[in-house]
Every structure is written in C-alpha cells, then in structure tokens.
Design a protein around this ligand. Structure first.
Ligand code: UD1
Length: 343
C-alpha cells in the first residue's frame, strides 16, 4: 500500500514540482487547491511526466466545514505538505488583510482538520524572508528571525509561531518548516514551471518574459548596494532540488527521526549571485541581449541573503545539486514552450 500524502497548493509552482517527486518516490498524492493562482491543466502535465494522475480536490481551505469533510475522506493520509498561500509581496502591502486572512485561516483550518482526523505529520512552506535583514551571513537556522518587511512575509513568520505553539501543546504533532531561499527554474520536461499571474514580481520570470517580448525591459532595482557589483545578492535554488528536499523532510517525519517536534531547515545552495550575475548568465546561455535598465532600489530589498546549508545536509541528507546555468536554461525552455502552446 502506498503512503497517502495531502498536498495543499499542489497545482502551484513549488507544489506541482513536489507532487512529481512524491509520485516518483511512490507516494499516493491528494492535491487540495483552489486554483486561485494555478490551473487544473497542471494535473494532466503531472500525469504526462509521471504516468499518474493525482487525486484532485478543488477547495478553498478558508472554508472550515469543507476542509473538515475532505480531511475526513482522506484520514488515512500520513502527512500534509502545506503550500497553499498567496505569495505576491507587493500585493500583500496593498491588501494586507487579504493576505493574513487567506494564509492564516487556511493554515489554521488545515491544522485543525488534520489533527481531528489523526494526521500528525506536517511540512510547512516557509521563506528566508523570516530572517528579515540578517546581521550574519551565511544565514544559519540559528539566526534570529525578524519581522519581515511585507505582510506576505509576516504571514510566514506568524505561521511558524503558530506551529511552534501548537507543536508544544500537542505531543503527537510533528512539523518541519522549510525556509526557501529564491526558487527558480522549471521541470526538465518543460511541462511545468512558474506561471506568474499578471506582471511578475520576481527576477527570473521577469527576465524570461522580457526575453520573450512580453515585457519591454527589466528594471534592475538598484546598483548601489554594498556588494561586488552593487546589485543585491541572493541564493537561487532550482525548484526541482527544492521539491526533492520535501521528500527528504517527509521521510524524516515518517521515520520519526526528528529531534524536536518542530524543526526548521534552510533550503538554498549556499552560493550567492547578484542580479547582474543572473542577467549575464542568462545572456550567455541564451546567446542573446536582454533589455534592462538600472533604476532605484525597491523598498524592502536587502543587500545579501544566502543560506548556510549544513543543517539540511546533516539532518535531511539533502543538498542542492543543480547549477545556475541549469536553472536559467530550464526557466527559459519552460517560458518558450508555454508561450508556444498558449499562443
Ligand atoms: C522575494 C520576497 C520574498 C519571497 C520571494 C519569493 C521581497 C523583499 N522578498 O524575494 O519574501 O519569499 O520573493 O520568491 O520581496 N529584481 C530586479 N528587478 C525585478 C525583480 C527583481 O532587479 O524586476 C531584483 C530584486 O531587487 C532582488 C533580486 O532581483 O535583488 C531578487 O528579487 P526577487 O526575485 O523578487 O526575490 P526576493 O526579493 O529575494
């Protein structure tokens, strides 16, 4: 019998890549997604890659009663991986209540419903944004968390605090919070990838959309940071590497290898690249010129963020394998394939 896992937000960018890794590792996956920032077509694409069509439930996790009913149906699941959340930083500044309501209600309803039905393992999709502006680099899990700049980021920090309180109150409950650095790239098949709603906020989709002619030019937000070329440094990680880390974390929970009922792991490569590094690599691997212009800083950006990866290596047995070039090539392949199919 396969082990059943519930994946909320499983049609989204990171969720869909994780579903593929779960299926390839012989888990039985139930996706819960409200399709608010994703498409049901992703299910067929997952089937094309893996040969398996995951069970799909179209549900908004803010609906408490419906969430309980679905968890009753799937109470034989052994764990939940919770991706479902709104994630646009800028929009969260404009509509903070929408973000707090969506991201926190859905978390609370999921935790209540799973606990009521005896599902005790939980993986949370967190972000390096919980470190705010770090004083020490590379960032280890021991770095103090700070209040993130945006309401979106703050929902991640509050969610971790909720998990902390809850894991202390319920001895049966085990959770891992995975703090992602900057996920980019797409599945090598070109079948799934990031599908930003409207104008992208993040660097990589903005680059590929500019190269594809959908955006006129990329604005580089500031070149006066205290870094080698003045542009901010981030730890970009291939989404497939990131997805694989969830399987390692899940196995740690299922094999009861945890040392604490709530554990935190950074998911990054440990290598930092500047915005200009990414642009230059893109130009090199695609053999093209990207239309970009240096402009002023974006509010809330920090100069440098990159992960210490030792803990994930030691405790999860996981390290990121893919290089920046592979991240860029797969992002670009996905952009072109997707545009060709939808035009
Ligand atoms: C952002 C969020 C972070 C979230 C992550 C999700 C902030 C402060 N942080 O990270 O909370 O978890 O996305 O992926 O918003 N850049 C440009 N031009 C652009 C877009 C980006 O120059 O059009 C630069 C940014 O200034 C930054 C770098 O590219 O230096 C990466 O930006 P982005 O992809 O938005 O990620 P983060 O801001 O690091």
């Amino acid at each position: 019998m396969k082990t059943k896992i519930i994946v909320t937000g499983g049609c989204g960018y990171i969720g869909s890549h994780t579903v593929i890794e779960l299926i390839e590792n012989h888990f039985d996956v139930v996706i819960i997604d409200d399709l608010s920032n994703s498409t049901e077509k992703t299910l067929q694409r997952i089937q094309k890659i893996t040969g398996v069509l995951p069970t799909f439930v179209n549900l908004d996790l803010k609906d408490e009663n419906a969430t309980h009913t679905i968890f009753e149906t799937h109470k034989d699941a052994l764990g939940v991986i919770h991706f479902a959340a709104h994630k646009a930083v800028g929009e969260s500044v404009q509509k903070p209540l929408r973000y707090y309501k969506n991201n926190l209600y859905s978390l609370l309803n999921t935790l209540e419903a799973q606990s009521e039905h005896g599902i005790t393992n939980f993986i949370f999709s967190s972000s390096a944004t919980v470190y705010g502006t770090p004083d020490v680099l590379p960032i280890t899990e021991k770095n103090e968390t700070q209040r993130p700049f945006s309401p979106y980021g703050n929902t991640k920090k509050i969610a971790e605090e909720i998990l902390d309180d809850y894991s202390k109150s319920n001895k049966e409950f085990s959770a891992i919070s995975l703090r992602y650095f900057n996920p980019i790239g797409a599945h090598e098949s070109g079948e799934i990838g990031e599908l930003p709603n409207g104008i992208p906020n993040n660097l990589m989709p903005y680059i590929t959309q500019t190269a594809a002619g959908i955006r006129e030019k990329l604005l580089v937000f500031g070149n006066d940071y205290p870094t080698k070329d003045g542009t901010p440094i981030r730890d970009y990680i291939h989404v497939v590497d990131l997805a694989k880390a969830h399987v390692f974390a899940l196995n740690r929970l299922l094999h009861k290898e945890q040392e604490k009922s709530l554990e935190f792991f950074n998911l990054g490569t440990g290598v930092g690249y500047s915005v200009l590094d990414v642009i230059n690599s893109f130009e090199e691997v695609t053999n093209s010129k990207l239309n970009y212009e240096i402009t002023g800083r974006r509010e809330g950006d920090v100069a440098q963020l990159y992960a210490a990866t030792d803990l994930a290596k030691e405790k999860l047995g996981w390290t990121a394998k893919k290089e920046l070039n592979e991240m860029i090539i797969s992002s670009w392949t996905w952009e072109q394939k997707y545009r060709n199919e939808t035009n």
